[in-house]
Design a protein around this ligand. Structure first.
Ligand code: TEU
Length: 569
């Protein structure tokens, strides 16, 4: 279908700027470093890059705590460096999108400094302030018992005006009050239009379903026994005015620039709730990242037990993939495909066995699912999780630190052990280890003498060691992305049909186009498995299009982690 917008067929590549490429050896990635890798990305076969936040910030949450929407955190470089990057992307026919973090700012943002200075400040209602409650003995208490995503109360007391302010995340990330139309207008102008005017092509929109809070601000039911703070996502996820706000933002601010919008829609697990956000007619978001698949392994309740690693089976993965592959069928909605980002453990360690073979199999899996594909820096070379013997001081993420602190707080050794085991697999830190460009010390991310902000792997995968090696993960990603483009009728727009859903070893599905079908067969185990008996293969119509062990294989046995794509006319 040629009249489709560019972003449906595009493959996006997410860059975590702090860990991608450091051009001045200060140990922190920067914009000139990204610019120096644009030709590499273009040759990989991606069509767009998404930068995690590079705005000025105290870096309490790696830039997801913004203190100025219109200036850059200096170690990333200057606005003219960014103009150069935008020009370089466009001259390589790549789009560039930025991260839009507008549920909260940093507590160092001038807006918050003003808002917290007095109850009558004109910007007081840019944020959400409430008076304290009092215990029977007269101690002050937070306005509600809500628990934050970072393991504490969602309220912090501000002595200046003797009131609490709301923060769903860290206390240094006060939530903006979207009920206030002048705040919304300020956000639209300062955080969005300013960048669209500079030439970027759109945004990944952070925590996109959380801007509309239930205004009663009442206590949540107790679901975590003997805990002071209780999960309350029903009071801020998919709230009463969220669709109104997103429609306003899309029609008034994004549409005039034809800017693409990808919403981060975690905590919206039901298709009927996701559909309104991504329906073309609703004009809210072009597409969304839904987290059921990538969150597999986290504890049953991401507030209380995110890091209680919960093993899962292949049939569970397959059921979720099927659910999210078919949920837009017959609708004007659109879907995304991703298995890695900056907030999750590495896919080769969580869905594979850490081996390059399993990394290629996951690459074939991702590149043959319908919807817009996102890959994350390092996924294309099979970067895995932090080695199990690294000390906890190497883990820099606020979420990891707070989880360890909270577990250790009440002296429950068993709980600490479970959280540590969970972090070894699921911590956000695994995705933030510096990208590996070569086999030097620090992996070519920064100078061999430099001191990277986060420890780099010593040895192993790197772009240079894989470039040109046809058996490498990197060269397989290049090939499979090319195949995806050539067969987009099957692997971007195809109708997904799962086969052998209950099989614990094989992942097999059909992608049907108007004129042809593709059959994807993958062995998700470390042992040899026999090819499944599907008529496509048995009738011999299927032609092997691409395989993780090359295209000249005819064996009826699949090697460990072998993936194949057959196509028939
Ligand atoms: O993450 C939001 C997000 O995924 C949470 O809603 C999630 O449920 C929480 O982290 C519990 O696991 C975005 C960014 O991707 C993340 O890096 C930021 O820390 C967060 O928002 C705050 O801006």
């Amino acid at each position: 279908p040629s009249e489709e917008p560019w972003w449906k067929e595009a493959t996006f590549y997410q860059i975590y700027p702090a860990s991608f490429k450091d051009s001045n050896n200060d140990g922190w990635g920067d914009i000139p470093g990204i610019t120096s890798k644009i030709s590499y990305l273009s040759s990989l076969g991606i069509d767009a890059i998404w930068l995690s936040p590079i705005y000025d910030s105290p870096q309490n949450d790696m830039g997801y705590d913004i203190s100025n929407y219109q200036s850059l955190y200096p170690p990333y470089g200057t606005l003219s460096d960014l103009d150069t990057l935008i020009k370089t992307c466009h001259s390589h026919n790549l789009k560039i999108i930025m991260d839009l973090v507008i549920n909260h700012t940093s507590s160092l943002h001038p807006w918050f400094i003003e808002s917290s200075s007095s109850k009558t400040n004109p910007k007081r209602d840019y944020y959400i302030w409430k008076p304290p409650r009092y215990s029977p003995s007269g101690d002050i208490l937070p306005p509600t018992n809500w628990r934050s995503y970072f393991s504490s109360s969602t309220w912090t007391f501000s002595p200046q005006t003797q009131e609490y302010y709301l923060h769903l995340y860290h206390s240094s990330q006060p939530d903006l009050n979207w009920e206030n139309p002048s705040l919304r207008k300020a956000i639209y102008e300062e955080a969005i239009t300013f960048w669209l005017e500079r030439g970027i092509d759109g945004f990944r929109i952070d925590t996109v379903n959380k801007y509309s809070k239930v205004q009663s601000f009442e206590d949540a039911p107790v679901t975590i026994p003997d805990s002071k703070h209780q999960p309350a996502p029903e009071y801020w996820c998919n709230g009463p005015r969220i669709h109104e706000f997103l429609h306003e933002m899309h029609t008034q601010v994004l549409d005039p620039y034809n800017a693409v919008s990808i919403g981060e829609l975690s905590n919206t697990p039901f298709p009927e709730q996701v559909l309104p956000y991504v329906s073309a007619a609703k004009k809210e978001l072009d597409m969304a990242h839904e987290f059921s698949i990538i969150r597999l392994g986290t504890g049953k309740n991401i507030f209380e037990s995110k890091y209680d690693y919960t093993p899962f089976t292949l049939p569970t993965v397959k059921q979720l993939v099927e659910k999210w592959q078919v949920f837009t069928e017959g609708t004007d909605g659109w879907n995304t495909v991703f298995i890695e980002n900056h907030d999750n453990g590495r896919c080769v360690s969580r869905f594979g066995d850490g081996s390059p073979q399993s990394a290629k199999c996951i690459g074939l899996w991702q590149a043959t699912l319908s919807g817009t594909l996102f890959i994350y820096q390092g996924q294309e070379i099979g970067m895995g999780n932090i080695p199990g013997d690294w000390e906890w001081k190497e883990y820099k993420d606020v979420e990891s630190k707070e989880a360890l602190q909270e577990a250790g707080g009440n002296g429950d050794k068993e709980k600490v052990k479970r959280v540590e085991e969970g972090l070894r697999i699921l911590a956000r830190d695994h995705a933030r280890v510096p990208m590996r460009w070569n086999e030097e010390e620090n992996g070519g991310f920064t100078g061999v003498e430099a001191n990277p902000w986060m420890r780099a792997f010593e040895k192993g995968v790197s772009v240079e060691s894989q470039m040109g090696d046809e058996n490498s993960v990197l060269e397989f990603y290049r090939r499979v992305l090319k195949m995806r483009r050539e067969y987009k009728d099957l692997f971007v727009y195809g109708r997904f049909k799962l086969l052998f859903g209950e099989d614990e070893k094989l992942f097999v599905y059909i992608q049907e186009g108007e004129h042809r079908k593709g059959l994807v067969v993958m062995n998700f185990t470390g042992e040899e498995q026999i090819l499944p008996d599907t008529e496509e293969i048995l009738e011999g119509k299927g032609r092997l299009l691409i395989g993780t062990f090359g295209e000249d294989v005819i064996s009826e046995y699949l090697k460990p982690w072998e993936g194949r794509v057959y196509v028939n006319f």
